[in-house]
Design a protein around this ligand. Sequence first.
Ligand code: C2E
Ligand code: CA
Ligand code: CA
Ligand code: CA
Length: 278
Amino acid sequence: AKAEGRNNYRFFLPSMHERVKERKTIEEDLRNALEHDQLELYYQPKIDCRTERVVGAEALVRWHHPERGLILPGEFISVAEECGLINRLGAWVLEKACRQTRIWRDSSLSDLRIAVNLSPAQFQDAELVDSVTKIVKETALPHGTLELEITESILMNNPEKAVSTLKELKELGVLIAIDDFGTGYSSLNYLKRFPVTSIKIDRSFVNDIHVDVDDKAIVDAVIGLGHSLNLEVVAEGVEEVEQLVYLQEKGCDFIQGFLFSKPLPASTFESWVTERHG
Ligand code: C2E
Ligand code: CA
Ligand code: CA
Ligand code: CA
């Protein structure tokens, strides 16, 4: 057992060590990125399912790494969460997205709504409501323009605190979407208790709706549930026209997905919408 233990130890150590080193590198680079303006927001259009017009955008962060090129959030959000950089990163995203939306609303995209993703740590940050208040004031965004996307786990951690935070945000005219709906430890009860305004059906359920009867059933049920609770229902990850048609038949409210567009840099997003709306 001793020998085995030693073997495991020898086997385990380098890979652990490598991983820790890799994380450390990302962490240092990320600090640097925040200071040197290497982050950029991309915007994915949110489409009205019925009219197929663009009603808003979801802001999704990208990192232009000086050596590694473009890095997707899947590679660095969790590191930012672990090393405590997420609040700074999140504040940057929130401000950037609101300021960009102000610019768009002043020019060609006057009714545009903007959705911003929030990490659990940001939601728990005592300063969240203050920073949202400040940026909404500064950019004079009308009620119903800014939407924050949170996940189910945020609500379950500390429900009392979550309710009060959400109520404060609601008073500011901020909309709340439940992201990745159906993938967490959902308790349908919270939909009633928390002042949320929309649910986003996770991509994993949308993928096969045009072929899989179980996914059909789930999506139908979520749309029905959402509507009976007066919530907007958004489907994400729509890639095929058959999926769109199905969601339109079922009365889904909004959709996002590669069928319409990938997330785009701000200027490309603007010309894409302008061209589309003619
Ligand atoms: P999410 O909030 O669920 O965002 C949707 C993700 O699905 C995005 O990936 C988007 O590019 C991708 N997507 C959209 N339509 C389609 C489609 O039709 N097919 C497929 N296969 N994918 C599609 P992205 O930008 O890589 O972001 C991944 C995740 O990183 C996001 O998932 C979100 O949880 C997180 N994230 C992104 N930006 C931020 C941010 O500013 N703050 C925080 N806290 N998290 C962020
Ligand atoms: Ca999201
Ligand atoms: Ca999602
Ligand atoms: Ca996700």
